[in-house]
Design a binder for this molecule. Sequence first.
Ligand code: NAD
Length: 473
Amino acid sequence: MHLIDTIYINGQFVTPHGEEWFDLINPSTEQLLGRVRLADAEDARTAIAAAKQAFPGFSRTSRQQRIDWLMAMHHAVAAREDELFEAITLEYGAPVSRGRWMARHASQVLLEATKVLQDYPFKRRAGSAEVIMQPLGVAGLITPWNSNAGFICGKLAAALAAGCTAVVKPSELSALQTQVVTQALHEAGLPPGVFNIVTGRGETVGAQISAHPDVAKLSFTGSTAVGKGILRAGAETLKRVTLELGGKSPVLILDDADFDSAVPMALQAGFMNSGQACIAGTRLLVPAARLAEFEARVQAEVAGIQAGDPRDPHTSVGPMVSGKQWQRVQGYIRQGLDEGARLIAGGEGRPDGVAAGWFVRPTVFSDVHNHMVIAREEIFGPVLAIIPYRDLEEAISIANDTVYGLQAYVFGTDPQRARAVAARLEAGRVQVNTLEHEPAAPFGGFKQSGIGREYGTYGLEAFLEPKAILAAL
Ligand code: NAD
């Protein structure tokens, strides 16, 4: 049983003012695995005050000093990779390969930030003016549960690289990961108050950070509904806001696609992170003339996808994070059936042979119309919709017919044609015949998938404001 009874403020682990205890449940077994004492709005205010006090000194540190600190953070988090992996498996249920990637990603993003910082031009000229890129102030960083450690480290890396100080509000469902990361970051030895980490509820701690006048910048990853509330809360004091929100990403299977590679990649994109991924490719757009062939390949492939115990190396789909999330996904599967979509794999209930845990059967519907709820709303579980199209124009129009615009995928054998299609898609990132990640590339959404970009130079600039100095010679 894990008991977490401290938060991190001003360089110290302290007892929260908040008195609520929150149960941590293992999603693979539904057993209680620990309890966490949550911070409250008062704790959020104390953390903001510490970050405010640390800002004047930290914002004037040299580039090299900040690179050294980011490197120390990188090494400290990397040294705890195994511990973090264990926390991710226990608390979140990520399958082995995904959990390992997530545990490594948390330290990698800190390393990547040092590379960006190394070459970044903080001073430049515009005509006769000197332009200085200046840190914004105190940053409020709010993360979701589906990759909590990576988002804490990624957001902190960009904020600190820029010279901002920070208050992090991690997901209350991810307290174990937060504890491992916080202990590592503490060991990196940054000045007190530069970063503060307060696990608490969104409605209290998150809301306080979003509205507090001493917070200059908000960087939020989570659902579109909460993101809109955060934008409204920050509007009163005109906070700079980065929002990384939901998605309903299209996967365009072009008529010349090679199904040997396209089908496994499409399913991997769809079932990524057990379907709990903002970038999951959940709408599979397939040429009607090749629909039967595609469905047969999908059925054969899904039959080999194991959903169950995340510690089994053959598992690729782990549990949903909570009972609430499991119910929600089951509701969407029922709705797909009610709407008249044709189930070709999976369905309601747990996978065969699984008695406990919030596991969902990897599910694929076909003959889906883009106006159906299962094609429009983010399900956040392993549930995919095959939508047949007649010609390329219709495919592009269906792909763009969504309020979201986070990511898109294109699979086809003619690379030039596939790239030309990519150019017409309304998405912050398009993957053409690959699922590879590029840490230097900007990441973020068009439309209601968000505002702004993270990672690389674009991510750093989200924490900076240009100041022009015009001076007589
Ligand atoms: P969520 O929006 O429920 O919660 C995200 C965070 O916001 C949590 O820390 C939560 O406590 C906090 N929060 C809740 N209410 C708040 C409020 N009123 N004020 C301030 N903070 C508040 O999202 P979730 O369920 O944790 O995560 C799943 C969602 O995140 C999905 O919609 C997914 O698409 C999205 N997501 C987006 C990206 C991306 O980069 N675009 C990445 C991962 C997840």
